[in-house]
Write a protein that binds this ligand. Structure first.
Ligand SMILES: *Cc1c(COP(=O)(O)O)cnc(C)c1O
Length: 352
């Protein structure tokens, strides 16, 4: 078997690279697509449910798929550094791929508002981390202004190479299933990923690799649902920090994806997100981050509204790894029991 070479080499003919592009890869992609039978039985019996485990990427989120291409193109055009605003995972990926490429990385994050694991990653990989006293949307505006200078390459998802790289996830799903799913469900923050998947499905269809395309269904958090509400949210709030975004960069592109695929964008509450988060961990053995669980919460909502056809193949993207944000997990969990170190005391608390 030929070892996996990372998404650029594996999907090269669909990507804007040439022989002279220096490829910066951590062998991202090839993430598991797990059939979720126990979860399906509980939340959507009759549906063939799959989870695309993007937390299995090298830095623990799907951002790696876009970052491999964005950083490779940065080297190709000889920019000197990369910069991004981030709710966390973009900075973790930029820091890692920047380190691999040997170029400086600058990240702007909202002060006190990013999950500990993600901040740790950016710092460990040697990025210059600057906290701003503001939210993600403000950070992005500042980064956009600074990146007008050609020395700095902006690697947020408004960088078109990010979405090009991320579209490979849709192609992988098709390769793993042997067909396109009926419905693909994703959490929506800046709305880049849902846009990227739709592009990937369409290009695979056009290339004759699959005979259909799925309906794209995106879910925002209720306190951060600008697309659903139809206006910018000045102060977005949700436990799911990766989708705490009030003015999505790819708003219009996501609307197009939803319209063209006959899908929808809706919202789920934080309680629904946390319920799905816990259920995925307990029923399927997969620990994702809270934002990721918005997709599964979305499936529960679709099922309750009778919007899933019996026998449909539904794929949920679990966008990031649960260990990035252990605080949220512990906040909703009971502390472990403590007993004396005797067989009797341990036996007394066991129950089957
Ligand atoms: C970035 C991110 C999202 C949101 O993706 P968008 O492309 O901004 O819509 C969701 N979940 C996780 C874990 C992320 O890192």
């Amino acid at each position: 078997m030929i070892p996996w070479r990372g998404v650029i080499e594996e999907y090269r003919k669909f990507l804007p690279v040439s022989d002279s592009t220096p490829i910066v890869s951590l062998q991202e992609g090839n993430t598991p697509l797990v059939q979720a039978k126990r979860l399906a039985q509980r939340i959507c019996p009759g549906i063939d449910l799959y989870l695309k485990i993007e937390g299995a990427n090298p830095t623990g989120s799907f951002k790696d798929r876009g970052m491999t291409l964005a950083v490779s193109k940065t080297l190709e055009k000889k920019a000197r550094a990369v910069m991004c605003a981030s709710t966390g995972n973009t900075s973790a990926a930029a820091a890692a791929y920047g380190a691999k490429a040997g170029i400086p990385v600058y990240v702007l994050i909202p002060a006190g508002n990013i999950a500990l694991g993600k901040l740790t990653q950016a710092i460990m990989h040697g990025a210059k981390v600057i906290q701003i006293e503001g939210n993600f949307d403000q950070a992005l505006n500042i980064v956009k202004e600074l990146c007008r200078d050609d020395e700095f390459e902006l690697v947020n998802s408004i960088n078109p190479f990010r979405l090009e790289g991320q579209k490979t996830a849709a192609m992988e799903v098709c390769d793993q299933l042997g067909k396109a799913p009926t419905v693909h469900v994703l959490p929506v923050g800046n709305a880049g990923n849902i846009t990227a998947y739709w592009k990937g499905y369409q290009e695979y269809y056009a290339a004759g690799q699959v005979r259909s395309v799925p309906k794209m269904m995106g879910f925002q958090a209720e306190g951060a649902a600008p697309i659903v509400r139809g206006h910018v949210i000045e102060h977005p709030t949700t436990v799911a920090s990766a989708i705490r975004i009030g003015n999505p960069a790819s708003w219009q592109l996501a609307m197009n994806a939803v319209q063209e695929s006959d899908g929808l964008i809706n919202m789920v509450t934080d309680d629904e997100i946390l319920e799905a988060y816990r259920m995925v961990a307990r029923e399927e053995g997969i620990f994702c981050e809270p934002a990721s669980a918005a997709s599964v919460a979305g499936v529960m909502k679709l099922q309750a509204a009778n919007q899933l056809l019996d026998g449909a193949t539904v794929v949920c993207t679990l966008t990031g790894h649960g260990l990035k944000d252990p605080d949220t997990a512990m906040n909703i969990s009971a502390q472990p029991l403590t007993v004396r170190a005797t067989r009797e005391e341990v036996a007394a608390v066991l129950s089957l």
